[in-house]
Design a protein around this ligand. Structure first.
Ligand code: F6P
Length: 532
């Protein structure tokens, strides 16, 4: 499937991206959507490569697969489920059918209930025995944590509701640290778990309930649940009026648009949350209607495929020059790696190409003083994805924001241009001579020709955040569709869960480690002797 592209890549292997940068390239290799701009001109993709990449979409039937997803077909074939997180932001988009049933009335009804509850928490009409709610603790993990947490940090300037905390790790340090700062009589605990069985979440939920029970008469009254399993939430003692359900066609890592976003909605208010949904919906509309060449998610996906499957770069770095997107790389790690980190294609046959890349990153400028050294001079190429806003929210500190933007643009320029040996010699000339000059100059060479994309937008508003998240979701869809894999299951997390359950009695000392491999048995022995 990638043979033609690989031969195109081989032919231009030594070409400098910089040399392509003439005439109208920047415009031609950019996509504008509303107030957002994706610039992928600092990659080694030319017109011919782009056509060949776009041909992949037709070869893989991406348009048909897209229609199947939006049409409610069970495209998550290993679990027999539709994939319809887009319905959660389909505010005024008409009916969406799953198995002949329009799911929109249910979606809008839950949204309405969430808004009613969020307003009540925010205006104090829902209160604890000690008074209005001051702290909301969201207990969840994976998709039931990363989305609302990333969103709450991103939208901090819009945060005018109670304080929000996120507990995910089963490590007691996590919940203990959060509860220590909360008044149980004025805290709302939201148990966010699609399945309501995830051991980390249920363990933390029980700990929170016991903590609350020590201080208030009816702890269950200060709990809400976000789950598809209404029976289990009932058994936990949460009144159905505070249970916000969703259906199995919302995958965990795609779920922040619905009930899983409740803590974010309480933080920023229903209006801002709706603006976030509208941003997502705008990206959906663009994704289904724009031609491939002007289609932001599709082209971002093709840039990813070019770098990973064609050129073989194993990772990609997400580098937001936007401090409030600090958790975006973590969010995208789950979104992209849990979706496209698969070894077989939909029919179960071994994948003949590489699966999705390793995704990592940190906000700039911090990363510049940490790992950019390797990005600039390491022996492996790391395609970089920059994100940057024209304005921050700190108008009085706009001069600092300008410095941030200058750094962002300078990095992509430096990655592309690099510094030649001659330029490096000039840098050290006068300080060194002869062999020492050569030696010193060699350390100061930057190979350059390192690709990057930049996503630029006016300001990180709720609407822009919605566009960004939906952009990446559809990018994951397109990459998965081209690779022919199921982006919507996650069997790879199961084995560890099963073995952890089996190991618990061994760790507790009620079973011995016989039958375990030598390393595992040895580690259990060491940790038990050391106080486990
Ligand atoms: O273990 C992986 C996973 O299933 C993720 O896909 C999901 O986001 C997370 O666990 C949490 O699941 P739940 O919401 O059911 O607790």
């Amino acid at each position: 499937m990638f043979d033609h592209l690989k031969s195109l890549a081989a032919a231009v292997r030594d070409r400098r991206i910089e040399d392509l940068m003439e005439g109208g390239r920047a415009e031609d290799f950019s996509i504008r959507l509303g107030e957002m701009l994706l610039d992928y001109s600092k990659t080694n993709i030319d017109g011919e490569t782009r056509d060949a990449l776009i041909a992949l979409l037709d070869e893989a039937g991406v348009a048909e697969k897209r229609a199947a997803m939006f049409g409610g077909a069970p495209i998550n074939e290993t679990e027999g489920r539709a994939v319809l997180h887009t319905a959660l932001r389909n505010l005024d988009g008409g009916p969406v059918e799953v198995g002949g049933r329009d799911v929109m009335p249910g979606v809008l009804e839950i949204l309405d209930r969430m808004e009613g509850f969020a307003r009540a928490v925010r205006d104090g009409s829902f209160a604890g025995p000690g008074g209005p709610i001051t702290d909301v603790v969201n207990i969840g993990i994976g998709g039931s944590d990363l989305g609302p947490k990333m969103g709450a940090i991103a939208l901090a300037p819009y945060h005018d509701g109670p304080r929000c905390h996120f507990v995910s790790n089963v490590d007691p340090a996590d919940i203990a640290g959060v509860l220590r700062g909360c008044d149980p009589a004025r805290t709302l605990v939201i148990v966010a778990s699609k399945t309501f069985t995830t051991i980390e979440t249920m363990t933390n939920a029980r700990t929170a309930k016991a903590w609350m029970a020590e201080a208030v008469e009816d702890p269950g009254a200060q709990f809400a649940a976000l789950s598809t399993d209404l029976e289990k939430t009932g058994a936990f003692g949460i009144d159905p009026s505070r249970v916000f359900g969703f259906e199995d066609w919302v995958g965990g890592r795609y779920s922040m648009w619905g009930p899983i976003g409740l803590s974010l909605m309480i933080a920023v208010g229903p209006e801002a949350f709706r603006a976030f949904l509208r941003g997502g919906q705008a990206m959906d509309r663009h994704f289904v209607s724009a031609g491939w060449r002007d289609n932001m998610p599709a082209m971002l996906a093709l840039v990813g495929i070019w770098h990973r499957q064609v050129l073989g770069h194993p990772t990609r770095a997400v580098l937001p020059y936007d401090q409030r997107l600090a958790r975006l790389p973590a969010y995208l790690q789950q979104l992209e790696m849990e979706s496209n980190g698969k070894r077989v294609s939909m029919d179960g046959a071994a994948l003949e190409v590489e699966s999705g890349p390793i995704v990592w990153g940190e906000p700039g400028t911090n990363g510049q003083h940490a790992f950019y050294q390797l990005i600039h001079q390491g022996t492996q190429v790391v395609p970089c994805e920059f994100l940057v806003a024209a304005r921050g929210h700190e108008d009085d500190l706009h001069h600092q924001h300008r410095l941030l933007v200058a750094n962002c643009l300078a990095q992509s320029e430096a990655l592309m241009k690099g510094r030649t040996l001659d330029e490096a010699r000039q840098k050290v000339a006068g300080r060194f001579e002869g062999a020492e000059l050569e030696r010193q100059a060699a350390h100061r060479v930057f190979p350059g020709n390192r690709p990057s994309t930049t996503l630029a937008y006016p300001q990180l508003t709720p609407e822009i955040l919605g566009m960004i998240v939906a952009l990446y979701e559809h990018r994951v869809f397109v990459e998965g569709a081209v690779l022919g894999i199921n982006s919507y299951d996650q069997w790879g997390v199961e084995l560890g869960k099963e073995l952890a359950t089996a190991l618990q009695p061994v760790v507790e000392g009620t079973e011995d480690a016989a039958g375990k491999d030598g390393s595992t048995a040895g580690l259990v022995g060491f940790l038990r002797a050391a106080g486990l």
